[in-house]
Ligand binder design. Structure first.
Ligand SMILES: Cc1ncc(COP(=O)(O)O)c(C=O)c1O
Length: 506
């Protein structure tokens, strides 16, 4: 960021005293103006926000305005300066990490709820959809017997699930960890490939990051069940309280799915909470060609999924599912507060006479996790599923899985490419190879850097069994097979250029 003093622009005098009250009645025009800006953005013909020729930072007034400029001017700034310099994430060719842009219906639903039902408490149509969409989401993913709660993302969803696990483990010893803190060391057994938010959850929950014992994975990134057995027995004799086993339904690195059934059975055998992180991969169950890999989900005590990953929701939406939300309530309940007293209380005889949305908070999601104020996320998920239905979702998931498979086949058949792992879901790990280049990690790192700067095809990289891989992960609703062809072409072109450069410099 540039120095604010260098780029301060004079405060406009066009509209010296805009109304202080929130605008009412002109949203139709303003939203349509912003919509036009967004449609233009979705053509993806603008340069990257950080392209050296792009001077938007200098055009932004970054001094604190004493007088406002009015909503029209702010809207214009949004359209001309901010939106075109947005993120690469929504581009169809962006396949880095596990993130994508929101689909149009998700954007519309999120915008509507921000005005029409900003909080998820009190009974409104939006809040009705909170529960309905959780049920739809669970049924769509084959876990309709579980109850859910939304949160901001996989990190918090994992934290909430493990909060339930902590509560359950300590309650079995006659102790309430939410009220009294923990009174003995615990162990959480997690695949070595699990997302690091599991470790962070350990820190936040007071059990400590080191309470998470990593269980080694095989060369395909799946937890080794025998290692898990050994670890549990070892820790039993050392006096640790076993709190949870964490398995993946789609690892972040490679999309691997752990042997859920075998792991779940071990969890049952030892009465340990079984958590499945399906933040990315749970919707993969819709692909009937691989749904057998999800066998054992029925044994899980908690499962998470992020609609803001594969389902195309706006970022900020994850769900935790458990058998009975009461355990979450005991883990996360707030103490009573004066400002809540009486607000929704009804007299005994009035029990069945709710006549106003303020007379009932609805389902107390605020007691099932770590957020009190929270947006209505259910309307977004409801909109996504209602728009294209389960069959539409299935088609999309299968399209993405096919893209990873097509890329894998191409990598296997081209002499300059090497497939590093057969895809399970929509991640494909491969690399460029050249007989004369000894440091292939370096070659692929350089290739990746150049690829990304081309602003068209943007995978990320990872390590697969000790080597650097190019790692596209296809989850974007706007991505199609042309992204695979384009990526292959770009990788081969840059690879050849680099090979020539290596040869020249050797
Ligand atoms: C398997 C898995 N779990 C959890 C997370 C964390 O999710 P979020 O970024 O939504 O907090 C991710 C993120 O990619 C993930 O892949």
């Amino acid at each position: 960021m540039q120095n604010s003093k260098q780029h301060s622009t004079p405060i406009t005098t066009q509209n010296p005293r805009p109304k202080e009250r929130a605008e009412t009645g002109n949203l139709e025009k303003l939203l349509s103006d912003v919509g036009r800006g967004l449609d233009q953005y979705l053509k993806f013909d603008h340069p990257d926000a950080l392209h050296p020729d792009n001077h938007w930072q200098a055009t932004l007034d970054n001094t604190l305005p004493l007088q406002g400029v009015g909503i029209e001017q702010v809207t214009q700034d949004l359209i001309s300066k901010i939106i075109p310099n947005g993120s690469a994430v929504p581009r169809p060719g962006f396949s880095a990490y596990i993130t994508t842009g929101s689909t149009s219906i998700a954007t519309l639903a999120a915008a509507a709820s921000s005005i029409s039902s900003p909080q998820r408490y009190m009974l409104t149509a939006f809040n009705y959809l909170e529960e309905l969409s959780l049920q739809w989401l669970a049924s769509m993913c084959g876990i309709g017997h579980l109850q859910g709660v939304y949160s901001s993302g996989g990190s918090v969803a994992n934290l909430v699930a493990l909060g339930g696990a902590r509560q359950s483990a300590f309650e079995k010893t006659g102790y309430d960890p939410a009220a009294d803190g923990i009174n003995q060391p615990v162990r959480v057994y997690a695949s070595a490939e699990c997302h690091h938010t599991i470790q962070r959850a350990g820190g936040v929950l007071g059990i400590g990051r080191r309470a998470i014992r990593a269980i080694a994975c095989d060369t395909e990134g799946r937890m080794m069940v025998e290692e898990l057995r050994k670890a549990i027995i070892e820790d039993q004799s050392a006096g640790f309280l076993p709190m949870a086993i964490v398995a993946n339904a789609g690892t972040t690195n490679t999309g691997a799915i752990d042997p859920l059934k075998e792991i779940g059975e071990i969890a049952k055998e030892h009465s340990i909470w079984f958590h499945v992180d399906g933040a990315y991969g749970l919707p993969g169950i819709l692909d009937e060609r691989i749904n057998h890999l999800y066998e054992g989900l029925e044994l899980a005590d908690s499962i998470i999924v992020d609609p803001h990953k594969w389902l195309g929701a706006s970022v900020g939406i994850a769900a935790t599912f458990v058998r009975d939300r009461q355990v979450l309530q005991r883990a996360f309940t707030q103490e009573p507060a004066n400002y809540l007293e009486g607000s929704v209380a009804r007299e005994e005889h009035e029990e069945n006479t709710i006549e106003h949305s303020m007379e009932d908070f609805g389902i107390p999601y605020f007691d099932y996790g770590v957020e009190l104020s929270a947006p209505c996320r259910g309307v977004v998920v409801w909109g996504l599923i209602r728009e294209i239905g389960v069959e539409g979702m299935r088609e999309r998931i299968k399209r993405h899985n096919d893209m990873a498979r097509d890329l894998a086949e191409a990598a296997k058949s081209h002499p300059n490419l090497e497939l590093l792992l057969e895809p399970t879901l929509s991640v494909c790990c491969f690399r460029y190879i050249a007989p004369d280049v000894s440091d292939l990690d370096q070659l692929n790192r350089r290739l990746h850097r150049r690829l990304v700067r081309g602003n068209q095809y943007m995978p990320s990289t990872t390590q697969v069994n000790g080597v650097l891989a190019l790692r596209p992960c296809y989850i974007g609703a706007r991505a199609d097979h042309s992204q695979v062809d384009g990526l292959l072409e770009a990788v081969l072109k840059i690879g050849k250029e680099l090979e020539t450069e290596y040869r020249r410099s050797s």
